[in-house]
Write a protein that binds this ligand. Sequence first.
Ligand code: ADP
Length: 296
Amino acid sequence: MSASTNAPTPTAGQTLPNLASLNQSAAGMANGPAIQAIDLVKDYGTGDFAVHALRHVNVAFERGRFTAIMGPSGSGKSTLMHVLSGLDCATSGHVLFDGNDITTFDDKQLTLMRRDSVGFIFQSFNLLPMFAAEQNIAMPLTLAGKKPDRQWLHRLAADLGIEDRLSHRPAELSGGQQQRVAIARALITHPHVVFADEPTGALDSISSAEVLGMLRRLVDETGQTVIMVTHDAAAAAYADRAIVFSDGRIVADVDHPTEEGMSALVMEQRRATAQAAASNAAAPNAPAPNAGPAGL
Ligand code: ADP
């Protein structure tokens, strides 16, 4: 991704121009974390039926780092990602995005933030089947009524090895190629943060390694901030840091994760979740952990 070093810097010191009315100093935005969750709570439902998906979560994501979020199914990983990226609202607590508290944003501000400052990569690629790769990559700008920077689009496509596939529709591309198109689409707006939700979940091991290597280079060579949800310890080992969730809480926060270390940690959490579920079944009136499908 070396070519992208000549492009406008995607992260460092960028402010949210459409949200300039918010009372934050530029210095604070440049120096603080890219995103910070403060005492973040997310409940689904109320009363006895409430599911406590996030229980007073405090975590900061530094700029230019690659963070993996792991944990058993139902532990709150996706909920955290959705609340941090403004896709869902918090029950209480705060999310500082470039220093701006997005929990105070109205729908229009959230839409602008997601459009201009966040890139999303999904497990199932989420490409539009009737459009060619090039149109899919440009789609976030097209939807915003803007013209893509053709030089940047072609630079991304070249760096991701899909320049000769730009006229192809998704059905004419392999899974790995489709995910590269999705990565280019996530980067076309020069986002401050890229969120990847199980980006290798639908890929074979070779394509997975290629995609993870690309995310790694993106962080190393352009200073992009990447936050990735994954159930795969091998994928987490590409990150600078791995956070493990269990029952709506962070239970481990590891720098320089290894595949072996993360496998062991996640197995431990899976056992704890199964044990809690078993004791809850034996004593049905005891406070319940979040229900989720078995396994990761
Ligand atoms: P993970 O991504 O770790 O699998 P989630 O964040 O999807 O976990 O879910 C955390 C908890 O919140 C689970 O118990 C799940 O069933 C619940 N949950 C998630 N989304 C909703 C929703 N829209 N309505 C009700 N409960 C939900």
